[in-house]
Design a protein around this ligand. Structure first.
Ligand code: PAD
Ligand code: ZN
Ligand code: ZN
Length: 374
């Protein structure tokens, strides 16, 4: 029976409040309005940014359906939609590309003003397409993928190659692209350089993959959880260290290890202290440090301006600096052409209703990426 134009009842993981457990509920998903797309989600990764919303570090409106790193198939489209059609394989975009705002029209910007980083939780008509137990349930990062069906705006979805395996390329929807782009697009790592990556989760490992593909000759991974070292080396780290093994500042340790040659550092944790450590660890005059980890909202930093005065560059990047609509299909093609491997990042695949187990793996530091399949 066709679902076209009808409300779909399906399973979703609803978070009723801050720091609450996920509750698998039956939700109603309204049909897409004009310029909207309803997607059947088939695979969704668990990213630390979802946990940031659970903990309140990233603002969300409750009750909410989290999840933003996914892939699926278009179920139906609203009036006026031209870029996707029912049956297309797609990736929802947690960083939209409206094509009209000041970031979108500049070749160097990607932080589209349609991004919902302030937790509005609604689509452009200021309403939600989800209801549960008679109450509206809010959207997250204009995607909401911990559900069998979601509705997004056309600016938040892109068609990908029909040959793409959705349970893998879902990582291109956030973690992989973020880390890989931080190295190859934002920092523009040069061949023969020395790179240091703070935080060896799915994002940090993707930074390593980017540094390696850019031809870096020394790639040092840093984590307080030594269980992450094996995977980091498997994807390209030449050495891994834990700051807990040293009494002196990590910047001094790295200076000695590299003969004072750290060209690039990447912070893929999201802690104020490690952001400063990463800045101080790149070369005093020609070093570049990239903020990849998401610091808790309203965090303020205090640092010695001398760190920048001497010539260092400090950059941030959202979604690796990629323009999402333009670049995601190319990244999917590069994956299909075997230019990089996503298998090494996926340590666990679980059925969607085991979402709590997936988050437990993240909390225990036992996974790189867990992919939930519907
Ligand atoms: P993760 O939790 O899987 O990995 C973080 C890693 O950091 C873990 O291995 C920790 O053990 C390690 N760690 C924690 N504290 C320290 C410390 N003090 N020193 C050294 N290592 C430490 O997270 P992830 O890889 O999914 O995401 C990493 C960050 O990137 C997180 O803040 C997330 O919100 C952010 C992110 N940013 C964007 C973006 O567009 N900028 C996109 C996606 C994720
Ligand atoms: Zn993410
Ligand atoms: Zn835009």
């Amino acid at each position: 029976m066709s679902t076209l134009g009808k409300v779909i009842r399906c399973k979703a993981a609803v978070l009723w409040g801050l720091k609450q457990p996920f509750s698998i509920e039956e939700v109603e998903v309204a049909p897409p309005k004009a310029y909207e797309v309803r997607i059947k989600i088939l695979a969704t990764g668990i990213c630390r940014s979802d946990d940031h919303a659970i903990q309140g570090y990233l603002v969300a409106k409750f009750p909410v359906i989290l999840g933003h790193e996914a892939a699926g198939i278009v179920e139906s489209i609203g009036e006026g939609v031209t870029t996707v059609k029912p049956g297309d394989k797609v990736i929802p975009l947690c960083l939209p590309q409206c094509g009209k705002c000041s970031s979108c029209i500049n070749p160097n910007g990607n932080f589209c003003e349609k991004v919902d980083i302030t937790g509005k939780g609604v689509l452009s008509d200021d309403t939600s397409r989800f209801t549960c137990r008679g109450k509206p349930v809010y959207h997250f990062l204009s995607t909401s993928t911990f559900t069998e069906y979601t509705v997004v705006e056309e600016s938040s979805v892109i068609k990908i190659d029909a040959a793409a395996p959705l349970e893998k390329v879902c990582l291109i929807g956030c973690g992989f692209s973020t880390g890989y782009g931080a190295a190859v697009k934002t920092a523009k790592v040069t061949p023969g350089s020395t790179c240091v990556v703070f935080g060896l989760g799915g994002v940090g490992l993707s930074v390593i993959i980017g540094c390696k593909s850019a031809g870096a000759s020394q790639i040092i991974g840093i984590d307080i959880n030594k269980d992450k070292f094996g995977k980091a080396k498997a994807v390209g780290a030449t050495e891994c260290i834990s700051p807990k093994d040293y009494t002196k500042p990590i910047s001094e340790v790295l200076k000695e290890m590299t003969g004072n040659s750290v060209g690039y550092t990447f912070e893929a944790i999201g802690h104020p202290e490690t952001l400063i450590d990463a800045l101080a660890s790149c070369h005093v005059s020609y070093g570049t440090s990239v903020i990849v980890g998401l610091p808790p909202s309203s965090t303020m930093l205090t640092y010695d301006p001398m760190l920048l005065f001497t010539g260092r560059t400090w950059k941030g990047c959202v979604f690796g600096g990629w323009k999402s609509k333009e670049d995601i299909p190319k990244l999917v093609s590069d994956f299909l052409a075997k230019k990089f491997d996503l298998d090494q990042l996926i340590t666990h695949v679980l059925p969607f209703n085991k979402i709590k187990e997936g988050f437990d793996l993240l909390y225990k530091g036992e996974c790189i990426r867990t992919v939930l399949v519907m």
